[in-house]
Structures are given as structure tokens and as C-alpha cells.
Design a protein around this ligand. Structure first.
Ligand SMILES: CSCC[C@H](NC=O)C(=O)O
Ligand SMILES: [Zn+2]
Ligand SMILES: [Zn+2]
Length: 406
């Protein structure tokens, strides 16, 4: 296909802006509006559509471009419609404004994560259709809710549904990350989140007294140990020995202790309880058992009056090799690489996604799933203030045109 003309380009940008301006921020995303928008886009390019509410108020919008050979397995392009919330006052341009500055940067929540990708799927199909292309395989697009809060009412329900079985999907594309350099990033797996809360108890006492076994002391021994471990992992990344997705990350999410008083906290009383929460991410190749051992023996040892609790999705991926093959055994990987190269894109070393995406649910089914958000030369701003699709408008359009070659 040839490059779109000026008019087409500005229509592509307006459609992107329109999607960005719909407030689908957690915790109360306007899925009615996003569903309406996606359906109207689908209509305008004559895609078949259905809306499935596995959970009431959490619509999965499923679109279909039927292939000429229905016996062939299909391709699924997945994207989530929700976005994370924003601190409005910290943005240069409002997060729902989709303002375009003089350099062609589009400011809005979702410009990277991941309304850009959802729109690119649609724009690519629009262009392919207008060029007269007919796919052999059926192509499905799923626009799913709630990825940012775990995807349990969205992609997870879809993946395990009868509807999904009937789609006969062979490969799934989902989100990746922007790349600060010229190399596009491709993801073949992701880390598993463990949300860990450790709790210490100890004898209360006068704030002036030095004694062993206070809750704060017990907790801080753990925190010191956790920090050493964190540093050891981070050092591997800093030294260039491991990629971000290949080490175990540990970051403190909260600290809770102290006895409240009208003016803040009681200062001269050592509290009897203290706790801390950590976001831990484990690569598929890591030894989860040895980490568990570390938690039991060093981070929350009963001998130091400590307990721990794991929250969130935790163990759901353990023990399963949730990595998509990136060798010749997976022709889809090679095809995507070739498509990107044909569109004059360069590709970095294949990566493990450092956080979580809906792709894990499809990998759990044994399907190959590839994470790819086509943004090169773009700072990584997902979940950050001032999230932008930083490349010029024209580059955005170029990205759209890399899909038709898949
Ligand atoms: C594990 S459910 C939360 C999913 C979330 N995904 C993107 O940021 C994440 O924290 O990785
Ligand atoms: Zn995302
Ligand atoms: Zn996100």
C-alpha cells in the first residue's frame, strides 16, 4: 500500500484523538462510550462485530474480518480499552485532551498504553481493505476491559470461553513497550507478579528505650535484606548482564506502622505492629521456589515474629512455561519480524515483558502471543505523567502501515 495522503493522515489522527478523549481510566472506565466508538469504527470499515459481556458492564468488543478460507486457523489482535488514572495537575496538557503540540506529540493517557495499538489495528485494516486486499485467514480484533486491574473480567474470561474456542485462533498479538532507540521491541513472555505483604509484631515500649525485638526493628531487618536483594538484581541490569525482564524486581509499595495522633503520630511509643508491601516480578525462567525459601527464611522469618501474605494473582502462572517460541518452530514470529523489516523497521533483542499484560491468558492456553507496540525513538511513558505518542504525526501513520505487511 502507498503512503496515505494529507487528508487521510489527518483523519487517522482525528480518529486516534477521538478514542483518547473517551475517559476509560480505572477505576470507573466509560466502557459504554468506548464500545460505541469501536463499533462505529468497525461499521465504517464493514467488519462484523459482537459485544460480549462475560461480566455485566465489562464489554468485550469482538470484531471479525472473515477470511476466504474459513478452514484455516485465525489471527487475533488484542488490545485493552481501559487506561490507568492520571494526576491531572501534573500534566502539561490535559490527559484527556489529546492535544497535539508543535512537534507533533499527542498528549493523552493511553497514547502508548495502549489505545495507539488498538487504533493501528483498525487503521491497518482500513488501508488493506481500501487497497482491495482479502485475507485468507479470518482476522479477529478483541477490545477488552480491565487489563489494568488484572484482566479477570476481560481477557481471562474471553480466553477461557466457548466463544474463543470457536474462533480457532492460532496466534495473538498484544501490547509491547515503546523503545527509546530506533529498535522496535518484541516480547515473547512476561514476568509473574507476586504482591507480598510482610508483617512484624513486637513488644511495644517507651520511645526512649533501646531493646531488641520491637516490631519496627524486626521489619527493618527484613527491609534491609530485601533491599540488598533488590540491589543485587538491579546491578545485573545496570551492568548490562541481564535485561529488565530477566531479573526479579522488588519494589516497596507501602509502609504501614505507627500510632496515629491528632497531630500525626505518637512519637514516644514504639508500635507493636508494622508492615510493608512489595511488588515483586518474577521472570518465567527464575526459580520461584528459592525465592519462596528466601521469603520464609530471610524476609519474614517466624523466628523474628514475622508473617507474610501474598496478594493478587500470584501463583497463577507458576510451573508453566509461558514463553512463546521465537525460533523456526513459530512461523508467526518470523513473519512478524519480516513484516517489520519490510516496513524499514529495526528490531532489538526479543524480550520478556517486565510487567503483566493480557497476553498471559492466551499463553496459558498454549497459544503463541507476541507483544508489540510499534513505537521507536519514543521515551517510555506508560503509566507516567505526560504520556505521549512522541513521534511526529507522520511516523504514527507509518506505524499504521506496518501492520498490513503482517
Ligand atoms: C497483574 S494484574 C496488573 C496488570 C498490570 N499491567 C500493566 O501495567 C501490571 O501491574 O503489570
Ligand atoms: Zn497496557
Ligand atoms: Zn498499563
Amino acid at each position: 500500500t502507498t503512503a496515505p495522503n494529507q487528508d487521510e493522515q489527518s483523519r487517522i489522527i482525528s480518529r486516534f484523538q477521538e478514542y483518547l478523549q473517551i475517559n476509560t481510566a480505572q477505576p470507573s472506565p466509560d466502557y459504554q462510550k468506548s464500545t460505541h466508538f469501536i463499533l462505529s469504527q468497525a461499521n465504517s470499515i464493514s467488519l462484523e462485530s459482537q459485544v460480549i459481556e462475560f461480566v455485566k458492564g465489562k464489554p468485550v468488543v469482538l470484531l471479525k474480518w472473515p477470511g476466504s478460507d474459513p478452514s484455516l486457523p485465525s489471527v487475533l489482535l488484542n488490545s485493552h480499552t481501559d487506561v490507568v488514572p492520571s494526576e491531572y495537575s501534573k500534566w502539561v496538557h490535559p490527559p484527556l485532551g489529546a492535544h497535539i503540540d508543535g512537534e507533533g506529540n499527542i498528549f493523552a493517557r493511553g497514547t502508548q498504553d495502549m489505545k495507539c495499538v488498538g487504533m493501528q489495528y483498525l487503521e491497518a485494516i482500513r488501508r488493506l481493505k481500501s487497497s482491495g486486499f482479502h485475507p485468507k485467514r479470518s482476522l479477529y480484533l478483541s477490545f477488552v476491559p480491565d487489563e489494568e486491574i488484572g484482566g479477570h473480567d476481560g481477557a481471562e474470561k474471553l480466553a477461557y470461553s466457548d466463544v474463543f474456542k470457536d474462533l480457532n485462533v492460532d496466534v495473538v498479538l498484544d501490547e509491547g513497550l515503546a523503545s527509546p532507540d530506533e529498535n522496535y521491541r518484541l516480547f515473547y513472555g512476561e514476568r509473574t507478579p507476586w504482591w507480598l505483604v510482610i508483617k512484624a509484631t513486637g513488644a511495644p515500649g517507651h520511645g526512649a528505650k533501646l531493646y531488641d525485638n520491637s516490631a519496627m526493628e524486626n521489619l527493618f531487618k527484613s527491609i534491609e535484606s530485601i533491599r540488598r536483594f533488590r540491589a543485587s538484581q538491579f546491578d545485573l541490569v545496570k551492568a548490562g548482564l541481564k535485561a529488565e525482564g530477566e531479573v526479579i524486581s522488588v519494589n516497596m509499595a507501602f509502609l504501614k506502622a505507627g500510632i496515629p495522633s491528632p497531630t500525626g503520630f505518637v512519637m514516644n511509643l514504639q508500635p507493636s505492629e508494622a508492615e510493608a508491601g512489595f511488588d515483586i516480578r518474577i521472570p518465567p525462567t527464575a526459580n520461584a521456589e528459592s525465592l519462596e525459601k528466601r521469603i520464609v527464611e530471610e524476609w519474614a522469618p517466624a523466628s523474628r515474629n514475622m508473617t507474610f501474605e501474598q496478594k493478587g494473582t500470584l501463583h497463577d502462572n507458576l510451573g508453566r512455561p509461558l514463553q512463546t517460541a521465537i525460533d523456526k518452530s513459530n512461523p508467526w514470529w518470523t513473519l512478524l519480524e519480516e513484516a517489520i523489516k519490510k516496513a524499514n523497521g529495526k528490531i532489538g533483542k526479543p524480550e520478556i515483558f517486565p510487567a503483566s499484560t493480557d497476553a498471559r491468558y492466551f499463553r496459558q492456553l498454549g497459544l503463541p502471543a507476541i507483544g508489540f507496540s510499534p513505537m521507536a525513538n519514543t521515551p517510555l511513558l506508560l503509566h507516567d505523567h505526560n504520556e505521549v505518542h512522541l513521534v511526529s504525526l507522520l511516523s504514527y501513520v507509518d506505524h499504521c502501515s506496518s501492520y498490513p505487511r503482517i
